[in-house]
Design a protein around this ligand. Sequence first.
Ligand SMILES: [Zn+2]
Length: 162
Amino acid sequence: MCVTLWILDATAIISGRFNYSRMMTIPEILEELKDEVSRIKLELMANVRVEMAREPFISQIIEIAKETGDIHKLSDSDIRLLAKALELHKKNQICLLTDDYSIQNVALYCNIPFMSVAKKGISKGFKWEKICIGCHTAVTSGDICPVCGSKVSIRRKKNEIR
Ligand SMILES: [Zn+2]
């Protein structure tokens, strides 16, 4: 694999394992790295370029994450990191470095190449579903079951692999 541009999430930066010539992240990820050790690691990685995510890519990622169910698991900076990857992946050969399964799952759906930092990455896509904790009905929207009024929990959907 000939990767030219590496996009890093917070765990990838904190790991301190990566020092490629072309690395990139978004400002929101840097804001997550408040502790001193992370900052020092970031300073050592002097060639990390920082760029803001843009529309329409942010909206596209939100739509895809709604479809896969990952929207419930992704933070705002996760969505923006994916949006940046989606934007750059159209013109560059990129690889997203992340251990977050929901980020990996959305990346998979968008055909964005990714690699795990420490954990073993997922190889197949999956969807999340909301299930009522009372009567086990699949709930499509909201956090309360329309059938029995119990709370819903999110779990990985079985047999939903593509
Ligand atoms: Zn219920």
